[in-house]
Each structure stands twice: as structure tokens, then as C-alpha cells.
Design a protein around this ligand. Structure first.
Ligand code: FE
Ligand code: CA
Length: 530
């Protein structure tokens, strides 16, 4: 698709771009906060370099991938330093990183309505192929990103290299783990929640003195504050490099909105109407800053993020949302013993509609069925017998959901069920069982929780919580409380995972090493740690 050098509504403009333009002109005409005449001052080319928040790609399909950027000449200034108006942005996707062989190109419009973000859904690509992409504005060229499409569905696939990561509390440390992801030549990266943290940030700790927006002084509550927070994170060079290195598949957990929120209920149980307004702003900022398709764009406080990705005949990943549709945490949240309330079948962590969709996914013909999501399905009990307590926020507080999902997987004959999660700021490898106090309950799969990128500061191989979990949870086969991420290789015969950890995140440049390797054979949920 070739497009003329200047962006005008003439021959060569695609229908999709025409619709975008029409919608935009309509929006300009009826948006009261815009100065009259803005609609005529159509295009504004920023004089300064506008790609300071990097580039990203995501949600790979066999024929399509999303290309993302968000313009900012001065990321922590109002409007990212841009002048209200319309910025025409050219994008290119090529077969080579020097753009000698451009496969497709086009022009789209960045506007203040979407925080100057772009989500280009490039279609008609070849399956299972590496591509390179960039954006151009006036004389400015963005960094070059590398991406890959998924192999054709059902096609024989010998290997998939992927990573999963979560929990990157900026003020707790440096993102060296992302630098390691960036140099791992991966097919896809899963980000499973807590991309930002909403708390006010004190100018102390590992990143004391590092530049930050004025709004970092307060908890994020409104769209502008959430946008600033994403800009602050995306200014990190390691995070930007990880985004540019491979397509990401992203979902959110609690901190993209508010700690431990559930459905319409905030941590501090604010008026639900006020919380939904906040949730709408938080979702809008998440969508603007994440390489996902336009059809995930939130409608007010609602955003359908659960979706499925297949890679050949090897695996499909069901990406979940266990925040938006869940029942309130049992026993007022925190740690508690399990009882009639945690097992109440009227309670849910997925909502009924998503639960049915998850169960349908277990009928897929792929060799492996992965759930890529937020919080652990396994009980991480810290005591035995009389004083056994578990978290009320993860699935241990929603036992009936666990029963329905794991029973459903078994009933459908799914033999290679895996769960990849984050949230707990420690690596935990465990058996998936329907019930954990009944040790004859069969093992139906394997769960590997990734530690945090930075949340929790340096950590240690073994800490007191890890020791308590090891003592209280015989189904847990490995634990490590250092920072890092998980790097996996999936084949038709096994799922092999490297626990990548850093000695410290309190200083930049710390080495990343493999603490241990975990292998699960095809056909049997047996955990081998070495
Ligand atoms: Fe977290
Ligand atoms: Ca979390």
C-alpha cells in the first residue's frame, strides 16, 4: 500500500484512514474544549524529536500485528510538549531493519484525544515471520522495532520462545530484567499486570533524583495523572528496549487502577460511581499506552481484555482479566483461612461469561493450553493444619472458580494445562490441584509465577515468607524471592523455563543469571527442577 507524501483526503487514502479522518473532524467540531479554528489548523509537525516514549508491537496473529507509539517531545510537560491539533504519522513495516524492502506503509493521525498514541493494526502480513517497523514525523524517525507474526494456526511448530513478566514498581529499582528480555530474541513477551503503580512516589530510594512528572507526588486518580505515570515508566531505556525487541501480549492487574480493586469496589471502598469514573480514566490510559488493537478501546469503565492467541499447533494462550468481573474479596481481603465463604459457588474471580470462554478454550486441538493471567491459582499457604491461612485476593480466596476451571479442563481431556502469572513478587513453581488440603486431589497442571521486575526492591533467594510457603505448601516445588522474570521455551515434547534473576535492582547494570531451570514434560504435569 503506497501513499502520497502529503496527507490529504485524496486518491490513495485508504477507507480506514478516511473513516479515522472523518471521525476526527467530527470530534474536533463538537469538542467544546478545543479552540474554534483548531479543526482547520489540521496538521502540526512537532519541531522537536517526538519519539521519546519509544515504540512497541503486540497481539500477534498469523497475518497481523499491532504497531504502537505515543508522541511526546517533552514527556513530563502538559500534552507531552505537543500543540493541540493533528499530527500525521507515517508508519513502515519492512522485511529488513534498514527498510530497503518495505512490506507495507501508511499514514495515521495522532491526536490529543488518545494521548497522542497510535495503534496501527497492520494486516495482510506473512505468518511466522520477523518484521521491522518504524514511525516517521516530518524530519524525525523513531527507533526501529522488531516484531513477529504468529505461525499459521494448526501449522506444525517446533518451538516457541517467550517470556513472562509483571510488577515493575518504578521507585523500587532499575529494570535490568527488561534489558535481558530485549537481548533474548523472543517470539513473544507476556506482561501480566502491575505495569504501573498508582501510589504517590517519594523522591528517595534507588531512583532518587531521577526526573519525574509533577503528578508523581500524588496517587493517580484522573486521566492526566495516569498518562503521566505511563510516560514516566516508558522513559526507562530498558523497558523501551524490551518493547522494541518483540511483540508483547499484555493484560492488567490491580495497580493499573488501584490496589486490590474488585469490579466496582476500590481498595478504600469509595462510592462505586466515583470509582467507576476513576476506572474509566485508568483503562483509557492503559489502552493508550499498550500495543493492543483498537477494538480493546474502553467504553467508559468497561474494557474487554480477555482474548486468546494461538501459535501453530503447539499452544494457545488464554489471556485473562480477573479484576473487572470478580466478586469482592472474602473476609475483607488480606490473609484468612478457607471456609464456606471462600468456597461459595456464587462467588467468582472471572465472571460467568469469561469462565465459559476459558472452559471452551480447553477443547482446542493445541498441544499445550496456557492461561496467561494475573494472580496465582495455587494456594500459597503459610502454615499447616490449625493455622493454615491463604491470600483472599488470588484464586485461594475464590475456590469455587478454581474447582470449575480445573474440573472443566480435566473433563475436556486437556492434558497439558499451564498457568503463567505474576503479582506475588517471587518466583513460585507449583502443582495445580483442585484442592490443596486434600493431597490425593489429582495434579491437573503446572503453574509458574514470575517474580517482579522491580517491586519489592532487591529481594533474596530465600526470605521468611518463602520459607513459610515452603513449609505450608507441599505442592510448591520451587521458590525464589529475587527480582527478574521467566524465560520459557515450549516444544511438542516439553516446557522448559529459566528463572532469570538479578543480584540487585537498587543499582543499574546488575548482571542477570539463571537461578534454576524448570522442565515439564508433555502429557504429564511433572515438575523437574534443577
Ligand atoms: Fe505487583
Ligand atoms: Ca497485583
Amino acid at each position: 500500500m503506497a501513499i502520497g507524501r502529503d496527507l490529504t483526503l485524496r486518491a490513495g487514502t485508504t477507507r480506514r484512514q478516511f473513516l479515522t479522518w472523518s471521525a476526527l473532524v467530527g470530534a474536533l467540531a463538537f469538542t467544546p474544549q478545543l479552540r474554534p479554528g483548531t479543526a482547520r489548523a489540521q496538521s502540526v509537525v512537532p519541531p522537536d524529536y517526538p519519539f521519546r516514549l519509544g515504540v512497541a508491537s503486540g497481539d500477534p496473529l498469523p497475518d497481523s500485528v499491532v504497531l504502537w507509539t505515543r508522541l511526546a517531545t517533552d514527556p513530563f510537560a502538559p500534552q507531552g510538549g505537543l500543540t493541540p491539533g493533528v499530527v500525521p504519522v507515517r508508519w513502515q513495516i519492512a522485511n529488513d531493519d534498514r527498510f530497503a524492502d518495505v512490506a507495507q506503509e501508511g499514514v495515521d493521525l495522532a491526536t490529543e484525544f488518545d494521548g497522542w498514541s497510535l495503534h496501527i493494526d497492520v494486516k495482510g502480513l506473512d505468518a511466522g515471520r520477523e518484521y521491522f517497523y518504524r514511525f516517521l514525523v516530518g524530519p524525525h524517525s523513531s527507533p526501529v522495532g522488531r516484531t513477529k507474526t504468529a505461525p499459521a494456526l494448526g501449522a506444525s511448530l517446533a518451538q516457541l520462545d517467550f517470556a513472562w513478566a509483571s510488577c515493575q514498581k518504578w521507585e523500587d529499582g532499575f529494570f535490568g530484567a527488561h534489558g535481558d528480555i530485549a537481548s533474548s530474541n523472543l517470539d513473544v513477551v507476556f506482561f501480566l499486570g502491575d505495569y504501573i503503580y498508582e501510589y504517590a512516589i517519594k523522591d528517595e530510594g534507588a531512583r532518587a533524583g531521577e526526573k519525574r512528572p509533577e503528578s508523581a507526588n500524588r496517587e493517580t486518580m484522573v486521566l492526566g495523572d495516569y498518562r503521566d505515570r505511563y510516560a514516566m515508566y516508558k522513559a526507562d531505556a530498558n523497558l523501551a528496549a524490551a518493547h522494541a525487541s518483540a511483540p508483547w501480549i499484555s493484560t492488567f492487574d490491580d495497580h493499573e487502577v488501584d490496589n486490590n480493586w474488585a469490579s466496582q469496589i476500590s481498595q478504600d471502598t469509595d462510592d462505586p460511581r466515583e470509582f467507576l469514573l476513576r476506572r474509566a480514566d485508568a483503562f483509557k490510559a492503559w489502552w493508550e499506552n499498550t500495543p493492543v488493537r483498537g477494538d480493546l478501546r474502553p467504553k467508559g469503565p468497561e474494557m474487554k481484555v480477555y482474548r486468546r492467541f494461538g501459535f501453530g499447533d503447539l499452544v494457545d494462550f488464554s489471556v485473562l482479566d480477573t479484576r473487572q468481573y470478580r466478586s469482592d474479596q472474602a473476609h475483607g481481603d488480606g490473609e484468612h483461612f478457607q471456609d464456606g465463604e471462600t468456597a461459595d459457588p456464587s462467588r467468582t474471580i472471572t465472571g460467568a461469561e469469561q469462565e465459559k470462554w476459558i472452559l471452551d478454550g480447553f477443547s482446542s486441538p493445541s498441544t499445550w493450553n496456557f492461561l496467561a493471567h494475573q494472580t496465582v491459582i495455587s494456594d500459597l499457604a503459610e502454615g499447616l493444619d490449625g493455622n493454615r491461612t491463604v491470600g483472599m485476593d488470588p484464586w485461594s480466596g475464590y475456590e469455587a472458580s478454581r474447582h470449575r476451571i480445573l474440573d472443566g479442563a480435566r473433563d475436556r481431556g486437556a492434558t497439558n494445562v499451564a498457568s503463567i502469572v505474576g503479582d506475588i513478587h517471587r518466583t513460585i513453581v507449583s502443582e495445580l490441584r483442585r484442592d490443596y488440603q486434600d493431597q490425593v486431589s489429582p495434579v491437573v497442571g503446572v503453574e509458574i509465577a514470575t517474580t517482579s521486575i522491580a517491586s519489592g526492591k532487591d529481594g533474596a533467594d530465600v526470605d521468611s515468607t518463602g520459607a513459610a510457603i515452603a513449609a505450608g505448601s507441599p505442592h510448591v516445588k520451587y521458590g525464589n524471592a529475587r527480582r527478574g522474570y521467566l524465560r520459557g521455551r515450549l516444544t511438542p515434547s516439553e516446557w522448559r523455563s529459566e528463572v532469570r534473576v538479578l543480584g540487585e535492582v537498587s543499582r543499574p547494570g546488575a548482571a542477570v543469571r539463571t537461578a534454576t531451570t524448570v522442565t515439564v514434560p508433555e502429557g504429564r504435569p511433572e515438575i523437574q527442577v534443577r
